[in-house]
Each structure stands twice: as C-alpha cells, then as structure tokens.
Design a binder for this molecule. Sequence first.
Ligand code: HEM
Length: 183
Amino acid sequence: MLSRLWTFCAGDVGPFEVVSVRAVCGEALPLTARLNVVNGDDDSANACTYRLRGVVSNERYLTGVEKRELTRVQQPLGRAPATLGVLIPIKKSDAWWDLPQDARRTLFEERSAHIALGRRALPNVARRLHHCRDLGTQEPFDFLTWFDFAPEDEPLFDDLLVRLRATEEWTYVVREVEVRVRR
Ligand code: HEM
C-alpha cells in the first residue's frame, strides 16, 4: 500500500534529469543533476542536496460536482508518453492561513478559478498535491505540487502557469520555485 508521505530528493541519483531550477518568487533551490521521487521516507543512504517532504491529504475546497468532474477526467502520473515533470514547491503567506475556510474557498475558486483553469489542462497534465504543514516538522514550503505530461503538452502547461500566477490566489504566494525534469 502506498504511503501518504512522499519525499522529493534532489542530488545525484533518481530517475529524473533536472533540466532547470527557477525561483518564481522568493528564494530559489540549488540546481542538482537528478531528482528522486520516493514514496514514504527517502533512503537515507542517498545524500541529497535538498529533500522536500509532503503528504497527500483530504481535499479542502472541492465541491461534489467539481470532484466528480475531476475524478472523471484526470489521468495517473507516470504514463509512458509523459516524460516531462515539474515540481513546484509553494509557500503561502500568514495572511492566507489566517483566513477562514469559506474566505479561502471564495478566493481559490470564485475569484481565481483555480479548478476551472486547471480543468482545461486535463487529461493531458497529471498531478499530485502534497501538503507540508501537517507533518509537524519545520518545512520550507506549504505545498509540493508535482505534474507530468508529454513534451507536446508543455505549452498547455506553461499557459496554465501564466494564468494561475495572474490570479488573486497567487497574491498570497510568498515563495515558489519551478523544478523542471525529464526522464
Ligand atoms: C493541472 C491542472 C490543475 C488542476 C486540475 C488543479 C486542481 C486543484 C484542486 C482541485 C485543488 C484543491 C484541492 C483541495 O480541495 O484541497 C488544488 C490545489 C492546489 N493547486 Fe492546483 N490544479 C492544477 C494545477 C496547478 C498548478 C500548475 C499549480 C502550481 C503552479 C497548482 C498549485 C496548487 C496549490 C498550491 C494548491 C493548494 C492550494 C491551497 O490549499 O491553498 N495547481 N489544485
């Protein structure tokens, strides 16, 4: 059975070759040669330049209708043609976390259309969202977002990034790094 914990270990080993590392907002991460994605705790024998951990959790914002629609169209990670991956760790501001749940939902979807924008990239882009705040340890990011897609779908993914980063939701993002990989 899969653990809810996932570890992204960047260093010299792993199935993914790191193509680029770019700070979108705030401090960057070091450029490494490879990225390893490990279910559970990583193998501590592997020396990592940096190690990011997060857990797959329950959804916070989805309505029933939205959840059924996403479940219907979304594809699993690791499909054979999906040779490009992007890890985007994100931290949001205290102002975001101070908001009550209903205000965050309104900002997330009614005012920023995160789900509606994301839906347009499905089924081509596959994704997994990891939460870091609930680990109980001091983590540098709040979320680890992980995507894969075929090379011909890179423009679709890049267009989604431009649209999401222009939303009101993103005014609460205080750190964001884009780690692009291929396998
Ligand atoms: C590929 C299409 C995408 C879809 C369908 C999608 C869908 C979603 C959904 C449904 C949630 C809410 C989960 C919940 O209810 O708790 C979510 C959360 C999130 N997504 Fe996306 N997303 C997509 C792309 C992206 C991209 C490209 C990024 C980063 C640049 C991103 C960053 C996030 C973050 C950080 C959260 C957590 C927000 C929070 O809890 O404050 N998503 N996404």
